[in-house]
Unconditional design. Structure first.
Length: 281
């Protein structure tokens, strides 16, 4: 009996020693647990940004590699109109948009009761007057038809350019909020059309006042082809990165804003657009 008990004790001790050795071999005292917060282990963050094709999407594509280094994947979604980008942003289908100037954002947000704001001020696109029929605005005859954008902020902007060219007069004090009903004198006929269609109607009207992004898409060079070009000095129509209110402190959106205001982007805008698009920072 004693021999049996002794054998059991010996086997038990051997088993314990084996388990202990195995645990010692498998343990590495100096090995640290993997840090779950290690940036190298994080998946890239995707930002969906709505933009007009030119120049906004082109500028976003220029910053895309910069953001990839920060762990941010930029998903650029192009829009051909001025309505959907803000509506999609408000509906959280987008994280931001980049296609509009400050007065348009403020006007659209008020009219549609949207809680939108902006971060980076990026560039200015001087609006211009174009024609396929005349070489100088002085050649416009009485009753000539001029097409302008039909959205409130860009319509007012166009009317100011035409007033400065001596083609009409608007009421004192209305400024950028001017509408066709504020015209007090004119020698031309004003037709309001959707901004995106204006380059296509140049054959049908005597002249058109066109936003530079649409002019560039139509292969027009604002600094060369326009008959009158808006001044960039003290220009309130700065194109911005728009976001939802409450998202101002999102780190990835801050990084996007910083990238859009970087020296690299300033150089890209100046070299790519040669005065048709002007950095605002």
């Amino acid at each position: 009996m004693k021999k049996v008990l002794t054998s059991i004790l010996v086997l038990t001790l051997i088993a314990l020693l084996v388990v202990g050795c195995g645990s010692a071999q498998n343990s590495t005292p100096n090995e640290q647990p993997k840090n779950q917060d290690d940036p190298a282990e994080k998946k890239p963050i995707t930002l969906k940004v709505g933009a007009s094709p030119v120049p906004h999407a082109e500028i976003l594509n220029a910053v895309k590699p910069m953001l990839e280094d920060e762990g941010i994947n930029l998903d650029i979604i192009e829009f051909a109109d001025y309505n959907q980008p803000n509506l999609r942003l408000a509906d959280k289908d987008l994280d931001a948009n980049y296609f509009q100037h400050i007065p348009y954002l403020e006007s659209f947000s008020k009219d549609h009761k949207l809680d939108l704001t902006y971060t980076a001020k990026v560039h200015i696109e001087p609006m211009g007057v174009y024609s396929n029929k005349i070489k100088d605005l002085k050649d416009l005859k009485e009753g000539a038809e001029i097409a302008i954008p039909n959205d409130p902020t860009n319509a007012g902007r166009a009317l100011i350019i035409l007033e400065q060219a001596g083609l009409l007069k608007i009421k004192d004090g209305v400024g950028i909020n001017a509408t066709i009903y504020d015209i007090t004198e004119k020698k031309v006929k004003i037709t309001e059309l959707e901004a995106a269609t204006l380059p296509r109607v140049l054959q049908d009207v005597d002249a058109a006042v066109i936003n530079s992004n649409y002019a560039l898409q139509a292969n027009l060079v604002p600094t060369e082809d326009s008959l009158a070009l808006e001044s960039a000095a003290d220009n309130p129509y700065v194109n911005i990165l728009a976001i939802r209110k409450g998202d101002e402190n999102r780190p990835e959106l801050k990084k996007l804003a910083d990238a859009l205001n970087s020296p690299e982007v300033k150089k890209f805008i100046e070299e790519e657009y040669k005065g048709a698009v002007i950095p605002a920072f």
